[in-house]
Design a protein around this ligand. Sequence first.
Ligand code: ATP
Length: 274
Amino acid sequence: AGGRKTVSRAPAPLSFEEIGGQERAKQELIEALDFIVKPEEIIKFGIRPLKGILLTGPPGTGKTLLAKAAATYSDSVYVAASGSEFVEMYVGVGASRIRDLFNEARQKAQKSGKDSAVVFIDEIDVIGGKRDGGQHREYDQTLNQLLTEMDGIHTNDTPRVLLIAATNRKDTLDSALLRPGRFDRHISVDLPDKKGRSHILTIHARNKPLDDLVDLNKIAEESFNFSGAQLESVMNEAAIYAMREQSDIIGQRHLSMAIDKVMMGEKTDREASK
Ligand code: ATP
């Protein structure tokens, strides 16, 4: 068993401006991050350090984007992993991968002269599921190591580590993770409303030649219940339709066709997984 697979990517800094909708989630996240950005205040008031933020919500709603933007906002380095990367046949490997991840975060911060690091773990439910007395011993060790890392975080550490985790199955998490001093903040990241959808579409239209006549509000209306990831696909598919037709610009019709395509795609996926 080797080290962790592709874990830390070097992303272009991503800001909250590039995330559409999710105004409440952004607000709550920024409030939480101010605990990291202003440590003197926290120490002065004797407030317990913020160690973990849990983002919960359906797939494709921007949880990963929020974690990246959190790193940018707090001038932190960013390292990421997915819960499924820690599932290993051999006992202890998952735990040592957790240790490596946190060490990597600290080293990366030190190297780049930053005071803080954001560790993002997607699909936390894979390692943080409820412990059931011995059946998943390997997962237990991995989870225990994660708890140990969290307990080892202190306000005046340099570099300071903040763990952000995401799940769409909060109900399955072990209560140990949800205790005070662990994941203290829970932020729900829901499917966008119409205004949010319109905002997300605007963001993904930025680099595309859109017909002036296109009404993104109308597209937002037609894409009820779409996630951010699906809206990104709509824009992309519309561009492909326009290109195929050798049109210079993306029109309303291309977007409507793209909505149908993305909707159909979802259906086919669901049918396939039955
Ligand atoms: P998962 O639970 O599947 O990991 P997620 O909630 O982490 O999903 P992201 O990976 O952040 O979702 O989003 C996937 C892609 O969808 C993003 O790279 C982006 O292109 C688009 N996207 C999702 N939400 C938004 C949003 N709110 N604003 C702009 N783009 C979005």
